[in-house]
Structures are given as C-alpha cells and as structure tokens.
Design a protein around this ligand. Structure first.
Ligand SMILES: [Fe+2]
Ligand SMILES: [Fe+2]
Length: 271
C-alpha cells in the first residue's frame, strides 16, 4: 500500500459551508475513475507478462489508485450524504470497461505504454494539485495534496521503467510524441464523461458529448498557468525532450491559451 491510509485524513475537520457544488460533481466523477484502478493494474499485468518486477509495481500502483477513489468517495459522501459511492462505482463499471485481457499494449509497445502512463500521471498530478488549490474545504485540500504527491511519485515510477525499456526496446521521438498526443486527446473520451454521468445521476440517458462538456467545464476552471507549465514540463520529459527551456515556455503558453479558449467556449455553450 501507499504512504498513507484513509485513517490519516482529518475527517473531523470537514466544513460543509466550504463545499463548492461544481467541485463536488467533478470529485464524484474522479472518485469512480480512481476506484477503477484495479482494472488498469490487471491490464498492465497482462501487457507486461514475464516482467515480474514491473507487475508487482503495477499491483501496488493499482491499490494506491483504488485508495484515491475511496478517499474521494468518502469525502463526496460527507459533502452529499445522498451520494452512494459503492452504487455509483457499480453503475460506472457496468457501463465502462477496460480491456483487462489485452496481451499487448494498445500503444504498440511496452515503452509506448509507459509513455502513456506518464501522461496519465502528469494529468492527475496537475489536476489534484490544482483542485487542492481551488477548494476552500480543508479535508478536500488535504486529500488532494496527498493524492497529488502519489501521482507525482507514480509518474517517476513509470518514467524509471520507461527508461529501462527504452534501453532495450527503443522507440523514437515521433512515436513517443504520437502516443503522448493520442493519450492527451483521449481525456475527452468516454471514461471521464461516463464517470461524470454515473456519479451525478440525472434525468435522461447517457450522452457522451453533453457529459464530457459538463465535466470539462468544471474541471478546466481549477487550472492556473503554473499547473499547465509544470504539466508541459512533465510531458516533454516523458517524450524525451528538454523539460525546462524555451520549448516549455512557448508550449505552456499555447496550452494555456487553448485551455482558456476551450473553457470560454464551454461556458458559452452552457449559458
Ligand atoms: Fe490516482
Ligand atoms: Fe496515479
């Protein structure tokens, strides 16, 4: 298990007056995706069959992701006693499936898989750092800080194994860029949209576009330029480019501009 447990969270400091209803909705969605970490661990164990060192790392990693889901779910239940985390997890896993039986990576190679894992951990470490800074609720701040520290450690872990694989099964810069860009684009795919739907039961059936926009509009609000800059540095490092320097400055400016533009568009659509 990780470096902390649910007992380390100061639950008695929960302040219901500081709960932001928009953040509550995205925390509920995140709790389901994180809680599904066991399926990703199974997928990774299949992809890395024969690499027992990595497989045991992946198991521990999966347990930590599950704990993230439990912590966020418990907080969401404090903020909204009508929220049934276990029922929402079931709803989510019935409608969203990870291919746990895959024998090889959907990224084309094990190194490609590890690049994609680094991108995911970049996204989560930036997101929870931003959430911790965006919320005024003390317990959620504490949970998000702890999760963000775990996600950064996960990034380092996958990056270490990426370097190990690149030494024997190298993939080029363009391939790494392609995997990274593909994984970033997937952030608007089904997973988060369906988690938002399953966590925030509303009238009507699941519509991916509507749920994806509802999630993204609330999630984009928490970011500030320094989160984007740090995230871009981590992405550049994962694809084998210099993380700090002019490329980071300009890519981060472009990404921040794109994020603001997208957020404004989502706000206009929701108005
Ligand atoms: Fe996580
Ligand atoms: Fe993680």
């Amino acid at each position: 298990m990780g470096s902390w447990t649910l007992d380390d969270i100061p639950w008695d400091r929960f302040d219901p007056t500081k709960v932001d209803p928009d953040l509550l909705r995205i925390v509920k969605a995140a709790s389901l995706v994180e809680r599904n970490g066991g399926d990703y661990a199974r997928y990774l164990c299949g992809v890395f069959s024969g690499d027992d060192e990595f497989r045991s790392v992946a198991q521990r990693w999966g347990d930590e992701e599950i704990q993230h889901g439990e912590a966020l779910g418990r907080w969401a239940n404090l903020a909204d006693p009508a929220f049934d985390h276990a029922a929402a997890v079931t709803r989510f896993t019935e409608g969203f499936h990870v291919n746990v039986d895959a024998a090889s990576s959907v990224r084309g190679s094990r190194a490609g898989e590890l690049v994609a894992r680094c991108i995911v951990e970049t996204g989560t470490s930036s997101y929870y750092t931003a959430l911790a800074e965006a919320t005024a609720e003390p317990v959620l701040q504490e949970i998000c800080r702890r999760i963000a520290a775990d996600e950064l450690r996960h990034y380092k872990l996958f990056y270490t194994h990426l370097r190990r694989y690149l030494a024997t099964e190298p993939i080029g810069l363009w391939q790494r860029l392609r995997v990274a860009a593909g994984r970033i684009a997937e952030s608007e795919d089904d997973e988060l949209a369906y988690a938002y739907y399953a966590a925030n039961v509303e009238a009507g059936h699941y519509e991916r576009g509507r749920c994806s926009r509802a999630y993204a509009r609330r999630a984009y609000r928490v970011y500030r330029p320094h989160h984007v800059e740090r995230g871009i540095a981590m992405v550049l490092k994962a694809v084998g480019l210099k993380p700090n320097g002019r490329l980071n400055v300009w890519t981060a400016k472009l990404a921040w501009w794109g994020l603001r533009r997208r957020a404004a568009r989502l706000d206009r659509l929701a108005a």
